[in-house]
Design a protein around this ligand. Sequence first.
Ligand SMILES: [Fe+2]
Ligand SMILES: [Fe+2]
Length: 158
Amino acid sequence: MTTLAWRSEFELKQARMDRTHVEFVELLEAVETATPGAAANAALGALLEHTVAHFEQEEQWMGQLGFAAENCHAMQHQSVLQVLREVVRRHGLQADEALVRALVTALAEWFPVHATMMDAALAMTMAERGFDAETGTLAEPLPAGAAAITGCGGGSCG
Ligand SMILES: [Fe+2]
Ligand SMILES: [Fe+2]
């Protein structure tokens, strides 16, 4: 069994977000099960590329909903990407199974908390404001002149 298995609580009733999260779990499993060396490098590269797109997608939605660019959700994305990029860089220089294991463990601990708090709060805002992720249409835009939303709507921030 791999470190992070898909669980029903990760489903946030936003089809595109849920698909992306299923892919994230699959790509993390691919990193965990890759043979050391070139295969592990390729799996890490695929995870990094997907995670960049995953976070950009959510941050684009947040922007369309009127969130400030520097809200805590986007800041957490940046921290995770910084770690992931560093692991990919170091592993590219020298294969390191312990480093890969540490990354998998850290991401497997991070993802359930992030998905069920920050991503769940975003998914709820999308639903409440009538945002269609496929078309980018928004039924309830912020009123003209309203301040950008600076929190993420999650339980851990205001
Ligand atoms: Fe996400
Ligand atoms: Fe997120």
